[in-house]
Design a protein around this ligand. Structure first.
Ligand SMILES: Cc1cc2nc3c(=O)[nH]c(=O)nc-3n(C[C@H](O)[C@H](O)[C@H](O)COP(=O)(O)OP(=O)(O)OC[C@H]3O[C@@H](n4cnc5c(N)ncnc54)[C@H](O)[C@@H]3O)c2cc1C
Length: 360
């Protein structure tokens, strides 16, 4: 019989890998196992580059984690039983845990508007991504939509790219950042349609709520992410979207031996505002959770997680980006880096995230 404390991390995205690697450094007398359906990690924050035909580096999870003394199991997690503390892999109840780190991330929202699942393309996960070209309408003028439209327009100047959304691209940032995004997209030849509400996606067009039909040979849907329903099925306390409700130390409020990190977790920041689904949240939340698990194992008290936010950074094709400094509540400060300097800053940040998960 083993006396080792068994820590199981489910999901090997930014959050799961960061947590596992930090736990390997910080804990003694604990076994760490990571489970993911994929055998390779691919940087999600570069998937718009993959859609524009660029190569994106991959990481062999078994080799990379093995070097840190972490066991890796490639399997689909099909259920969690928090009462018995056991996980079903590919339908078999096989993996026991003492502490579970839940990091199953998110996927594209395919169901909120009719026709999306049947006719749209996505860039939310590696399985979604295929190279895009031709006449394309990117729906959703949030960070992912902006990054994708700019990347496609730069890589394929002969493509016809429209960015369509309810709001102005970058309208939530400072005026300077907003203007820089607008100017760069326009210079790249992206047509911007704002104030548009899509009510249906068809094979060759998009229907708006005022009845307008917008021709679209290819529609790419980037309006937001949803999370797997595994946590809800397991009986964990979740919000309306299925994200695990956490306390201020990232433990499930219903099952405190489960920590939830990254996109799959509902983490509250300043003024109880949910932290956004972002790599900029996933990595610091996972670092924090690892520290909290290690501290509790040594019988120490754990201080609440602080807001991780310093900046929002949006790429605008290769070699160009907007880096907006933000307050702890994620609201924009005055300082903004744009153009080539913004591009360098963004590339350094993305390289930093890759380094954190072991890609370099
Ligand atoms: C194109 C694009 C650009 C982006 N750019 C930025 C950016 O510039 N800055 C930023 O902060 N954020 C960005 N994001 C968001 C960022 O990628 C996510 O917020 C981040 O990946 C969340 O990390 P995570 O570890 O929580 O989840 P994920 O990265 O989604 O990882 C979850 C892991 O869980 C595994 N998994 C899920 N379900 C199962 C299951 N049932 N069984 C086994 N394994 C499972 C998956 O295979 C995956 O490896 C971008 C996203 C996209 C799509």
């Amino acid at each position: 019989m083993t006396t080792q404390h068994r820590i199981v991390v489910i999901g090997a995205g930014y959050a799961g890998l960061t947590a596992a690697r930090a736990l390997a450094r910080k804990t003694r007398d604990a076994s760490i196992t990571v489970v993911d359906g994929r055998g390779e990690f691919i940087q999600r924050v570069r998937l718009h580059q993959a859609a524009a035909g660029q190569d994106v580096k991959r990481l062999d999870l078994r080799k990379s984690l093995g070097r840190k003394g972490i066991e890796f199991i490639q399997a689909r997690i099909t259920a969690v039983d928090p009462a018995e503390k056991i996980i079903a892999l590919d339908g078999e109840w096989t993996l026991h845990y003492d502490t579970l780190v839940y990091a199953l991330g998110s996927q594209a929202d395919r169901t909120s508007v009719p026709g999306v699942a049947e006719h749209a393309r996505f860039v939310a996960t590696v399985e979604d991504v295929a190279e895009l070209s031709g006449q394309i309408v990117v729906v959703g003028a949030g960070a992912t939509g902006i990054e994708l439209a700019a990347e496609l327009a730069q890589a394929q100047p002969n493509s016809d790219i429209t960015l369509l959304g309810a709001n102005e691209p970058g309208g939530w940032l400072s005026a300077k950042a907003h203007q820089a995004i607008h100017a760069r997209l326009t210079a790249l030849g992206v047509r911007i349609v704002s104030g548009a509400k899509v009510i249906e996606v068809r094979a060759d067009s998009i229907k708006l709520d005022d009845g307008t039909l917008i021709p679209a040979a290819t529609t790419v849907w980037t309006t937001g992410f949803t999370v797997p329903d595994l946590a809800r099925r397991a009986g964990l306390a979740v919000d309306a979207d299925g994200r695990i409700r956490t306390d201020d130390t990232l433990r499930s409020i219903s099952h405190p031996d489960i920590y939830a990190v990254g996109d799959a977790a509902l983490m509250l920041g300043p003024n109880d505002r949910p932290l956004r689904m972002a790599c900029a949240t996933a990595i610091p939340s996972a670092q924090y959770a690892a520290k909290a698990i290690a501290a509790r194992a040594r019988g120490k008290n754990v201080a609440p997680m602080k807001s991780p936010y310093v900046a929002q950074c949006i790429s605008l094709g290769r070699g160009n980006a907007v880096l907006q400094l933000v307050n702890a509540d994620d609201s924009p400060k005055k300082t903004v880096l744009t153009g080539r300097v913004g591009g360098w800053a963004k590339e350094l940040i993305v390289l930093g995230t890759a380094w954190t998960v072991g890609l370099y």
